[in-house]
Design a binder for this molecule. Structure first.
Ligand SMILES: Cc1cc2nc3c(=O)[nH]c(=O)nc-3n(C[C@H](O)[C@H](O)[C@H](O)COP(=O)(O)O)c2cc1C
Length: 219
């Protein structure tokens, strides 16, 4: 048998084996391992406000953060010890979570690359620090949604320490509230950060209510 015919035969056998494997359940594309990394999109973009030892207000950007308990209502923010905010929150046992809208995107980028140790970020951005009546921390007047938190627990993990705060109050500008009294994402326009150099992304729009979407499989 000629070499070219043997090669063609081998190619045919390989193609057939591939088809059989695909039919047997390997039809999906294989996933690529990205390794043990902090990839879990979408990550929020929050501005964490605190007072330093002299009572100077500071804000920093945090994305390793989220709601962690409904009762009592709690949030968690993971901070590196190197941040100025870390010591501030430990000393005052309080912080505020300010959830910026897209119009504060440039501020949110800036407050994530400079430290309150070196600059007064409120003075640099022209934003207004308001003293919270409920916790020993400032919040940002220009931010439409603010959570006032009392530190209740810290959990050291490694590079980051989790600061768990009980939400004492949530304050919102009326302009972002929907008819049901809750913040309407279309009016508020919060945004996310995507790891891997993608930067900040806005929300894409309403997909559907949970009740309506779940119906497809409930019925
Ligand atoms: C989008 C974004 C998200 C960030 N998320 C975190 C975070 O979750 N935890 C953290 O320790 N640092 C985070 N950083 C880095 C801090 O914001 C940065 O170190 C900042 O300078 C700390 O400010 P401070 O020293 O005034 O506290 C983030 C930065 C950016 C730009």
């Amino acid at each position: 048998m000629k070499t070219s015919r043997i090669v063609s035969l081998l190619v045919l056998v390989a193609a057939l084996a591939g088809s059989i494997l695909a039919i047997a359940g390997h039809a999906g594309a294989e996933k690529i391992s990205l390794g043990a990394k902090t990839i879990a999109p979408p990550s929020p973009v929050w501005l964490i406000c605190s007072y330093d030892a002299e009572g100077k207000p500071n804000m920093m950007t945090a994305s390793w953060a989220g709601i962690v308990c409904s009762k009592p209502p709690c949030v968690a923010v993971s901070l590196r010890e190197a941040t100025y905010t870390f010591g501030n929150i430990k000393a005052h046992e309080a912080y505020t979570v300010n959830i910026p809208s897209e119009k504060l995107a440039a501020v949110s980028a800036y407050t994530g690359v400079v430290s309150g140790r070196d600059v007064d970020k409120f003075a640099a951005t022209g934003l207004t620090a308001v003293k919270s009546d409920l916790v020993d921390a400032p919040y940002i007047e220009e931010c439409e949604l603010v959570l006032e938190c009392r530190l209740i627990k810290t959990v050291e993990l490694g590079l980051h320490t989790i600061f768990i705060g009980e939400i004492i109050d949530v304050k919102a500008d009326e302009s972002i509230l929907g008819e049901n009294g809750s913040p309407d994402p279309e009016k508020h326009r919060p945004f996310i950060w995507s790891i891997g150099g993608y930067g900040f992304y806005g929300l894409g729009g309403h997909i559907g209510s949970v009740g309506e979407l779940a119906k497809k499989y409930l019925e």
